[in-house]
Design a protein around this ligand. Structure first.
Ligand code: GTP
Ligand code: MG
Length: 234
């Protein structure tokens, strides 16, 4: 099944080339990478265009402004589906997600799952060099989500996923207004409620090596108020 890796970028100039080449090493004939850049001030978008000329499996979607991960992914999903992808992947461009794990996520869906989540919190999964505060926020977010949504997913805020085309066609991501972690929770929740089969594949998650984090308080607080609303079906 043909896969498209959606790779949202904002100021990832230092990571982009190495990431695209690493993905090129693991992807199969016909698989693609779609860089979704929100006019990064550091020129990531222009670099992506240059790399797309060199690497035939790469395309670039330029967006006018930074609106958060959710809107970037929604635009990317639409493009990937229009271009015929059977599998759509989500992945960060900061090497927190190891490109070497991509084939395992793809295989899980090809073997029958509807969504494969690269999970830090199932046996065999781990978080590398994150500080105590980030660990606490991430763990707390997982427990909080479990309390309200009962999805049986150990890592509901994970941003490393392989999603079957049919799932995206069913859950209508265009109507998801969440921007940050809540976007990840909501996509998985909609899929679960629609009866799709979700599996978690253990991964090691490492902190970004270069570049600056875009995580902020607003992204965390958005998840805090949105998760109970999801439960209420709003
Ligand atoms: N297009 C786009 N990409 C974004 C936006 N915000 C973050 N990204 C990208 O999304 C991925 C994840 O963002 P990070 O800054 O690593 O956020 P995080 O993983 O929650 O935080 P850290 O663990 O601290 O790195 C990276 O590839 C970012 O460049 C955005 O508003 N638009
Ligand atoms: Mg990151």
């Amino acid at each position: 099944m043909r896969a498209t890796v959606c790779l949202p970028t904002y100021d990832e100039r230092a990571n982009l080339e190495r990431m695209l080449r690493a993905l090129g090493d693991v992807l199969r004939e016909g698989d693609r990478v779609l860089v979704i850049d929100d006019s990064s001030p550091d020129g990531t978008g222009e670099l992506a265009d240059e790399l797309a000329r060199l690497l035939p499996f790469v395309s670039v979607l330029h967006r006018a402004q930074k609106e958060g991960l959710g809107p970037a992914y929604i635009a990317g999903f639409r493009r990937a589906l229009d271009e015929g992808a059977e599998l759509v992947l989500e992945m960060d461009c900061d090497f927190s997600h190891d490109p070497q794990d991509v084939p395992r996520l793809i295989a899980a869906v090809e073997e029958g799952a509807d969504i494969a989540i690269g999970s830090r919190y199932v046996p065999g999964g781990r978080v590398g060099d994150w500080g105590l505060v980030r660990r606490a926020i991430s763990r707390g977010g997982s427990l909080y989500t479990a309390l309200f949504l009962h999805m049986g997913v150990k890592d509901p805020t994970a941003g490393f996923k392989c999603i079957r085309r049919r799932v995206l066609e069913t859950i209508d991501p265009d109507t998801i207004s969440s921007k940050g972690y809540a976007f990840q929770i909501e996509t998985t929740y909609r899929a679960k409620r629609a009866g799709f089969r979700i599996v978690e594949i253990p991964i090691t998650f490492d902190d970004r090596v270069t570049g600056v984090s875009k995580m902020n308080r607003r992204i965390v607080l958005e998840a805090v108020w949105r998760v109970p609303l999801l439960r209420l079906g709003r």
